[in-house]
Design a protein around this ligand. Structure first.
Ligand code: NAD
Length: 402
């Protein structure tokens, strides 16, 4: 019998919005995002990162006030569910179960909205729950870290970790909308403020020399927590991620993953450090590793390499971590990251490297001996940086109202 051929295309569209004081009752952004096409009040269920709830004690009340003030358009089905922030929520299947149970208990349907507020980890986990419950509930992301506002929150992926591997479980599921409220960033620890900048350096390095130069020009302001400089960085970085995802291979069917520049080592490093390193911190080290490797391989000039490593350092990001040098059977453990990277993506090993600032190039082989030499060089670089006294910016208390 003749095979039956199926073919269809599905159009996805979502906005990434920038605002402040999202839950102030006269801010109509959330209302208008949800109201589109609805004639009856839309059911909303909030999942909130515990770290955000602690840093913003009035958030839950502000959400209740907001939904009450817009009761003709929005219906809060239950108290927000607080879940642990950071990698803990992606490592613990009980957190997923808890979100799914709440979805079931509160009758959240495919026309309701799961609104997740948090860092990249909570957004990944909540997005995964939303994608698998009823085969997909509408999902709105409200990212609260630099990294989630400029990268992880604006894309189409969600996940959790399993079998000791990052993002082993997950789906591709575009959100209904992403809402970036810069006020959330005010309460970040300094390390979380800085860590997310590495994803901007990453995308600039592979695609946009002008963006790289603008990050360099703003490096001191960024380190000193200047919000205008950070807003510029987040907007351009989010724009570049969105353009890349929409313009190429959004569901990653191919082997090429340019946005994972610096990530093959980063994911392994996060795991080796037992997730004591933040994702963005590991990405900074992963970038430094790939950049020094490219120099040793003769692909990238020494000047460009030094410029990039210096930029990471000037932002306050380390370029070396002791877990890079742990050994297993006389081989650096980090090298297992290559195998895991290939397994995760499938297909041919494809690693993005640089042949110049703003010019990424894909390779299909990594010289393991050269990685070992690279790790040694990174250690020396970090030692030199540490020797030239660095004064970290002081921790500051911020008060935020919604
Ligand atoms: P994170 O989610 O791990 O959060 C770090 C810490 O900051 C947590 O303790 C959290 O509670 C706290 N926090 C969050 N917002 C806060 C705020 N406004 N004030 C005070 N504390 C706050 O860190 P992250 O860097 O946002 O996300 C990293 C995660 O993102 C990793 O799991 C990584 O794998 C994932 N990621 C996903 C994608 C994707 O495409 N889906 C892309 C890149 C990274």
């Amino acid at each position: 019998m003749k095979p039956i051929q199926q073919s269809f295309a599905v159009q996805f569209e979502y906005g990434i919005y920038f605002t402040q004081n999202l839950f102030q009752t006269d801010n109509l952004l959330l209302r208008s995002t949800v109201q589109k096409g609805n004639t009856t009040p839309a059911k909303l269920f909030f999942v909130i990162d515990n770290g955000v709830a602690e840093a913003h004690p009035y958030l839950t009340q502000a959400i209740q006030n907001y939904t009450s003030a817009h009761a003709d358009a929005l219906k809060l089905v239950a108290e927000p569910l607080l879940i642990p922030g950071g990698e803990e929520c992606k490592n613990n299947p009980e957190v997923l179960q808890q979100v799914l149970e709440s979805i079931n208990q509160h009758g959240i349907c495919r026309h309701s909205y799961l609104v997740a507020i948090g860092g990249g980890a909570v957004l990944d986990l909540a997005g995964f729950a939303a994608a698998i419950a009823h085969r997909g509930i509408r999902h709105i992301r409200i990212p609260t870290t630099v990294l989630s506002q400029n990268d992880s929150g604006v894309g189409v992926k969600n996940s959790m970790n399993a079998f000791g591997k990052k993002n082993f479980l997950g789906t591709f599921a575009p959100p209904v909308a992403v809402i970036n409220d810069s006020n959330f960033l005010l309460t970040l620890e300094d390390r979380d403020w800085r860590a997310g900048i590495s994803e901007a350096v990453k995308v600039a390095l592979i695609k946009d020399t002008a963006f790289y130069q603008s990050i360099k020009a703003d490096a001191e302001l960024l380190k000193q927590r200047d919000m205008a400089a950070m807003s510029r960085l987040i907007h351009r970085c989010a724009e570049m991620h969105v353009e890349h995802i929409g313009g190429g291979d959004p569901f990653e069917f191919g082997s090429s993953r340019p946005l994972d520049f610096g990530h093959w080592a980063a994911h392994k490093l996060e795991q080796l450090s037992e997730f004591n390193l933040r994702h963005g911190e590991a990405v900074a080290i992963g970038i430094a590793l790939d950049v020094v490797y490219a120099k040793l391989k003769g692909m990238l000039s020494a000047d460009a390499c030094d410029d990039i490593v210096e930029l990471l350092h000037s932002i306050g990001l380390a370029v070396y971590d002791e877990h890079l040098a742990t050994e297993e059977n006389k081989q650096l453990s980090i090298l297992k990251g290559l195998t895991e990277f290939r397994e995760h993506l499938g297909g041919q090993l494809t690693i993005m490297l640089l042949e110049g600032i703003g010019h990424g190039v894909e390779v299909h082989h990594i010289d393991e001996g050269l990685v070992t030499a690279t790790v040694k060089e990174l250690k020396l670089m970090q030692q030199r940086f540490s020797a030239s006294t660095i004064t970290p910016p002081s921790e500051t208390q911020y008060v935020v109202s919604f």
